[in-house]
Design a protein around this ligand. Structure first.
Ligand SMILES: [Fe+2]
Length: 418
């Protein structure tokens, strides 16, 4: 058991660093907006997580790498004391990138020593916490690419990130169809045997009425019709907060779309590209996904509808387009069969991010990990093209505020039975 964990630990930690290897030293420091963190902050914060919740908590004689790092790299754990304001993460030229890589090495050595020297019984007791540290780091692998993309988009002509160039362009559109789902009383949430986050528990029953769910994600061409029909200018499609948001922000299209000489382009991690009509539309807020669905006389699926359909049909996670593919971009649908549930884009659901009945937050400071965000946010399902493949499950609950759109998010439509 220990050996397997050590292998996973080293693989996950190395992978994070490999995602940063194409960066120049200046790229590590930039924070384009408050939501984004500089790459070097992610590298340090994920290390702080292991240092705080494992080394400091378990080893009385552990010596901190640096006494100020707790203040600088605690993200939001109020019960652990004050922390550096999120909005100012990008103004720290020190500690240097080199010092942060040294910090990673120091903590890795201590973690590996510690695991090698504890008994199997103690290891088993700690295993869940150690695995949480790895899943936390994988969440930050996704955040790293989301944030690098946003940082680069501010100056798009200068920036690109190496991608796998083997993306096949679709020649023809695949028709969107709707599958009938019977509903009924269904199990929702994680059954609790393997690892899951506390917000996926407890498994419980929900009653779902019969519904229709789309076979694929909404494409750029389909969303462009909404844009061309002045969808962003017609208040009848928008929730009240959404309308206020698009007025204030001046939104007229998805985050990375740009019109040049009357043609739409899209900023990708590989730089500015002409908009591909059959690729799923991405980087949409909940507000935009909801407005688009209303414009189509459809709606977004609820979390329970999405999860029930995916579990009942046993869609394969392995076939999804995930981080390891190296495309860092969603792929067009390949056939009429229901697809794209895992990978490609996180799918907005109509469900508010709330605790499941009987939810119990993890004990201690880690109770702040998920539970305290259960207000004013919506659930997204399925993972994206920058999610590590072995990080996702059908019961996984991602969540963002409805105006956020720097994450890789898209739209799957659903409908009531008329
Ligand atoms: Fe974190």
């Amino acid at each position: 058991m220990k050996e397997r964990f050590i292998e996973s630990y080293q693989a996950v930690r190395r992978y994070t660093e490999s995602l940063c290897s194409p960066l120049e030293i200046e790229d590590y420091v930039v924070q384009s907006i408050e939501d984004v963190s500089p790459p070097k902050w992610h590298l340090a914060h994920t290390t702080w997580f292991f240092e705080t919740f494992i080394l400091i908590a378990q080893l009385k004689k552990y010596r901190l790498f640096h006494p100020e790092f707790h203040y600088l790299f605690n993200s939001y754990y109020q019960t652990l004391g004050n922390f550096h304001p999120r909005i100012k993460r990008g103004v720290l030229s020190r500690p240097t990138v080199k010092m942060i890589y040294d910090y990673r090495k120091y903590v890795d050595q201590h973690i590996l020593n510690y695991i090698q020297n504890i008994s199997e019984i103690d290891f088993n007791e700690l295993q869940r916490l150690l695995i949480l540290g790895l899943h936390h780091e994988q969440q930050h692998q996704e955040l790293l690419l989301m944030d690098i993309k946003h940082n680069f988009s501010i100056n798009p002509d200068f920036h690109f990130y190496p991608i796998n160039n083997g993306i096949q362009k679709a020649e023809n559109p695949i028709t969107m169809e709707f599958t009938f789902v019977e509903g009924g009383v269904v199990n929702i949430g994680h059954p609790g045997l393997d690892f899951c986050f506390d917000n996926e528990s407890p498994q419980h029953q929900q009653l779902i009425s019969p519904y229709l769910i789309a076979t694929r994600l909404v494409t750029n061409a389909e969303y462009e019709e909404f844009v061309n029909a002045d969808g962003y200018k017609k208040p009848r499609y928008w929730l009240s907060d959404a309308w206020e948001c698009i007025q204030k922000q001046g939104w007229e299209a998805p985050l990375y779309w740009k019109k040049i000489n009357n043609k739409w382009y899209e900023f990708t991690l590989a730089g500015m590209k002409e908009l591909d009509p059959f690729t799923p539309v991405s980087h949409l807020s909940y507000f935009e996904a909801d407005a688009y669905a209303r414009w189509c006389n459809k709606r977004l699926p609820s979390e329970a509808e999405w999860e029930n359909y995916v579990i009942t049909n046993s869609f394969s996670i392995r076939q999804g387009n995930f981080l390891e593919n190296g495309y860092y971009h969603p792929l067009p649908a390949a056939s009429k069969t229901p697809q794209q549930f895992f990978g490609d884009l996180w799918e907005w659901t109509a469900s508010a991010y709330l605790p499941y009945p009987g939810y119990k937050a993890t004990a201690g400071s880690l109770g702040e990990y998920n539970g305290k965000f259960m207000n004013n946010q919506f659930v997204l399902k399925g993972g994206s093209c920058i999610t590590p493949q072995n990080h996702i499950r059908a019961t996984y609950r991602n969540f963002f505020q409805p105006d956020k759109r720097w994450q890789f998010s898209g739209i799957r439509l659903a409908s009531n039975i008329e």
